[in-house]
Design a protein around this ligand. Sequence first.
Ligand code: BGC
Length: 499
Amino acid sequence: MAVGVMDIEGGGASLPGKTTFQVVMCSIIAAVGGLMFGYDIGISGGVTSMDTFLLDFFPHVYEKKHRVHENNYCKFDDQLLQLFTSSLYLAGIFASFAASFLCRRFGRKPVIMSASIFFLLGAILNYFARDLGMLIGGRILLGFGIGFGNQTVPLFISEIAPPRIRGGLNIAFQLLITIGILAASFVNYLTSTMKNGWRYSLGGAAVPALILLIGSFFIHETPASLIERGKDEEGKKVLRKIRGIDNIELEFNEIKRATEISNKVKTPFKELFTKSENRPPLVCGTLLQFFQQFTGINVVMFYAPVLFQTMGSGNNASLVSTVVTNGVNALATVFAVIMVDRLGRKFFLVEGATQMMATQITIGALLLKYLHLVGPITSHAVPLIVLILICIYVSGFAWSWGPLGWLIPSEIYQLEVRTSGYFCAVAMNMVCTFVIGQFFLSALCRFRSGLFFFFAVMNVIMGLFAIFFLPETRGVPIEDMAEQRWKKHWHWKKYFKQN
Ligand code: BGC
């Protein structure tokens, strides 16, 4: 069991130590894992809307897209095209499960290193792809990179960061995801007019992978991981380096104590699923990620260019629109980094769900009225209005369910089940991303604008969930979560034996 996110948070806020160059450098390097994840999210949508890509791999979709009388909502409906986007997440689920064991046994550093190697190999295979097999094979390798990275990087940052800046650094991981998405949409914009432009877009994934690979030679293994594996002296040495002081005994002892408790738990997954006290965080943490995906965000992230084209924008205009939306995504995440510890988690979750619900209803209504089954959209203003609405929608996500879907699951579990619990959140993210990636275009074809109303209803449900079932976790030390929150909650208290 990983121990690092642990109880340093509790009493740890007063642990001595400086914010050293080593910590900042190690965290930035590790966060490049977020850049890798984001680049991939952002690149797929643009590539699947490029004519040259469709001609090379999906000629039937190309033909359908250009048929004047084709149903507007079904132009891109193709299971294989969707598999291109979603296969990565399927591979990611298996990889993050494997990573949850590997990083305990071998440490975080080798797993982060392997993540970058998988990602690099995937990028190379995709660059040279001659057929669909190579393309999907490359996606699976990328998926392994993402699975390894997403399971390990946030944990690594939490373990290496001084407690007082851990929350901010955690959201900085999400910030790098959004920067990756933005970078990818720029790349797509630049390559869309080039011959074989899709090769450069897909091959470009090698850049963040190489940065991570080279950088990972320079990062330290986390003290918690070293101590967990019996390397106490080495652990102390790293602690001295990253805290910039000699007197690290207090922190060392806290890690040691936490390690002893967590090492007693030999079957963390069994503990997680069978002990009733673990039920509330398990349900809330996993549902948070379920809802994060059912805000519909990846419909926009993966398919925004396709969506804009469906409304009749040209290829170029639709890629520009995507750059704009992704810019808003990154900026709004900065806002979250600054405000989330001031206004609290619940405020943002409820506000974000409301904002997303309102914009989705409006987009659905506009499409219903103006985008008919065949023929171009009947109003020129509509694509622009939809672009503005999508920006409002994305900002609502970026300061709420986006970062908090990752942050809250990392702060609500008891130490013994923290990594297995966190894995459940990561896995839920991957499963739901897969489902959305695989079925959205078919669903758009069948349900048309109704799909936006479906996501609007989901936003109402998740807003209610946040109001009634989620305790406010701002400012509560991790180890006091049960006492201060779960045991006092009107619903969850029944899972705790009263003593
Ligand atoms: C989500 C991704 C999403 C991204 C958008 C992340 O938190 O997990 O699925 O694409 O945010 O910024």
